[in-house]
Write a protein that binds this ligand. Structure first.
Ligand code: GAR
Length: 204
């Protein structure tokens, strides 16, 4: 049976959404021992591992240790879910076409951090989240699915983040399921879903 590993750094609500959607999450790996999501995972009987970036002086050495932990699960899919480390090109290549990420913006707008504050400052009227295949360029790569939400007049960062997060919890399980069902095709950097499933949603 196919399975997946989820990489987290903190709260782990996206990881939780993946588990609760019934996806075959075999392991959860965190770069922080205090990541709240670890407790949820072990409570559900899911194997957990900690690979602390603080134990490694160089990014390459950390990524090698991380790869070792991942490969122990022999996953078909590796899902980054709020994993807040920049990965080396070598790591990304090792998991090419089976490494997904969720990002809290409508990429290619607002890669990087503080996406909700930046969306508010830019005055965009639509914001959202994106699941994409990972390439060596940060928050970049073939887009699997996006969800858009309105940005309302009196939104602050907290309100907007919560509106986006609710959609993250919908689209990440969907994307992971498509992947594990072998439905995703990457054609010249563009992702299609076999069977014609909609790859966007708008949640007013
Ligand atoms: C999520 O909003 C996720 O999209 C974001 O961090 C949050 C993690 O929450 N990821 C990034 O910003 C990655 N660039 P979670 O731990 O509750 O899933």
């Amino acid at each position: 049976m196919k399975n997946m590993v989820v990489l987290i750094s903190g709260r782990g609500s996206n990881m939780q959404a993946l588990v609760e959607a019934g996806l075959p999450v075999k392991g959860v790996i965190s770069n922080r021992a205090d990541a709240a999501g670890l407790e949820y995972a072990s409570g559900r009987g899911i194997a957990t591992a900690i690979v602390s970036h603080r134990d490694y002086a160089a990014r390459e050495a950390f990524d090698a240790a991380l790869a070792l932990a991942i490969d122990g699960f022999q996953p078909d899919l590796v899902a980054l879910a709020g994993f807040m480390r920049i990965l080396t090109a070598g790591f990304v290549q090792r998991y090419q076409d089976r490494l997904l990420n969720i990002h809290p913006s409508l990429l290619p707008a607002f890669p990087g951090l503080d996406t909700h504050a930046r969306a508010l400052a830019a005055g965009v009227k639509l914001h959202g989240c994106t699941v994409h295949f990972v390439t060596p360029e940060l928050d970049h790569g073939p887009i699997v699915v996006q969800a858009a939400v309105p940005v309302l007049a009196h939104d602050d960062e907290t309100v907007l983040a919560a509106r986006v997060l609710a959609q993250e919890h919908r689209i990440y399980p969907q994307a992971a399921r498509w992947f594990l069902d072998g439905k995703l095709v990457i054609d010249n950097g563009v992702v299609r879903v076999n069977g014609d499933h909609p790859q966007q949603l708008y949640a007013p």
